[in-house]
Design a binder for this molecule. Structure first.
Ligand SMILES: Cc1cc2nc3c(=O)[nH]c(=O)nc-3n(C[C@H](O)[C@H](O)[C@H](O)COP(=O)(O)OP(=O)(O)OC[C@H]3O[C@@H](n4cnc5c(N)ncnc54)[C@H](O)[C@@H]3O)c2cc1C
Length: 379
């Protein structure tokens, strides 16, 4: 793996950084407000301007509104966004994995209809995987899709559906086979959220002002061409989709930003001279850097068009460790101040909680690392 950035990447990062600093000068970068109407409105306008520059989906093929650029350019973009608090809002789902899944598994009609609006920044998508009885054990999901002529009829409930309250479409998993079929009876549907019978309800969460929702489906009838890929073959799509999602958000970039802000606060108070505090900062910085390098290994695989490997689990676990290291440090150095709602330490602590659960929990990543990378026995 080559560690040095080439000149084009360096120039791109600089040009992008200048653009973002201008665009975001007035934006309230506080990390709360995710999923709020104000955040989503800002995000829609901002991504439109990003799309005009060709920087929303640079890594997509040109025929679907992309720029035909490589995986590294896409990742530079992700880092610069997360370093600034992810101003794209829910759009990171569209561009990181919803669009790529449609490119890989969709029909030509689905690609032509669904991809250009994403590339222009006009629509939001959400992810309808988890259910009250199916989180880690996703294959236990019960939402049913029954074929009826040219339609499917959906019934069931999703939960923790981030941004469903502002989304236009849901990338939905539903059971088309029997419960006994497990993973072999699941399909993916591209569900327009304005379908009669689809109802979204916001729910509170403890991971900051995140936009959590429930999605209820009651005899929601959708055209059969909303099916992505083959019926009952959705698990392969999910497996691949989650591999994109696991490293799609460069969380270490945001953790490093919080670390810089913490260092500035501690320096002002004179406490940075304490060798114990210096060591803690060093450890947290090392965790961020380790996560960065492990994620780069996954991006390197992608840039070389290799299949996603178990390294994605390692990279994801390292990102959680980085978020937690910075969160713990905030609590240690700021004390009770860090727990004030909305404070830097509080936001980081909550981010690290969410990071350890979303896209497959931390414990599950460790299980996968032990089995697939370390080849340890299951028991
Ligand atoms: C910020 C955030 C955003 C999210 N956004 C979405 C979204 O947009 N769409 C969506 O569908 N879902 C979303 N989720 C839900 C997320 O995917 C689930 O919370 C996750 O899959 C875990 O499922 P669960 O909550 O049912 O916990 P459970 O599966 O019940 O797990 C509870 C605990 O048990 C542990 N555990 C479970 N099984 C094992 C095992 N075999 N070995 C060791 N430990 C185990 C887990 O690690 C966890 O700590 C989001 C969650 C968060 C926190």
């Amino acid at each position: 793996m080559e560690f040095a950035w080439d000149q084009a990447d360096v120039a791109f990062r600089r040009e992008l950084g200048d653009f973002l600093d201008r665009e975001l000068a007035e934006w309230d970068r506080s990390e709360t407000g995710l999923g709020s109407a104000v955040y989503s409105e800002f995000s829609r306008g901002f991504v439109g301007r990003l799309a005009e520059k060709g920087w929303l989906t640079p890594h997509w093929p040109r025929e679907y509104g992309g720029g035909g650029q490589g995986a590294w350019q896409h990742f530079v973009l992700g880092e610069e966004m997360w370093r600034r608090g992810e101003p794209r809002g829910p759009q990171y789902m569209n561009v990181n994995w919803v669009g790529p899944a449609i490119i890989k598994y969709g029909t030509e009609d689905q690609r032509r209809k669904l991809l250009p609006p994403i590339a222009r920044g006009e629509v939001f998508w959400c992810q309808g995987f988890s259910e009250p009885e199916a989180g880690t054990d996703l294959a236990a999901l019960r939402t049913k899709a029954v074929r009826d002529g040219d339609s499917y009829v959906l019934n069931g409930q999703k939960i923790w559906t981030s941004y469903a309250n502002v989304a236009d479409y849901c990338f939905l998993l539903a059971r088309t086979g029997s419960a006994a079929d497990g993973r072999d009876g699941i399909s993916v549907f591209l569900l327009p959220l304005n379908t009669p019978g689809a109802q979204v309800r916001r729910i509170p969460g403890f991971v900051g002002d995140h936009s959590f929702n429930e999605l209820f489906l009651t005899d929601a009838r959708i055209p059969a061409d909303c099916l992505l890929g083959e019926e009952n073959k959705g698990w392969e799509i999910v497996r691949r989709t989650l591999a994109y999602e696991r490293v799609g958000a460069p969380r270490y970039a945001r953790a490093a930003l919080v670390l810089d802000r913490l260092a500035a606060e501690v320096r002002t108070s004179g406490r940075l001279a304490d060798p114990g505090i210096q060591e803690q900062f060093g450890r947290a910085r090392a965790a961020c850097e380790a996560a960065r390098v492990l994620v780069y290994r996954v991006i390197d695989e992608r840039a070389k068009a290799k299949e996603p490997s178990p390294m994605a689990y390692q990279a994801r676990a390292a990102m959680v460790q980085a978020e937690r290291a910075v969160g713990d440090l905030a609590l240690d150095v700021l004390g009770s101040e860090a727990l004030v709602e909305g404070a830097l330490g509080d936001a980081q602590f909550r981010n690290s909680l969410g990071a350890g659960i979303a896209a497959g929990s931390y414990e599950v990543q460790l299980n996968l690392i032990s089995r697939l990378i370390l080849e340890l026995p299951k028991d």
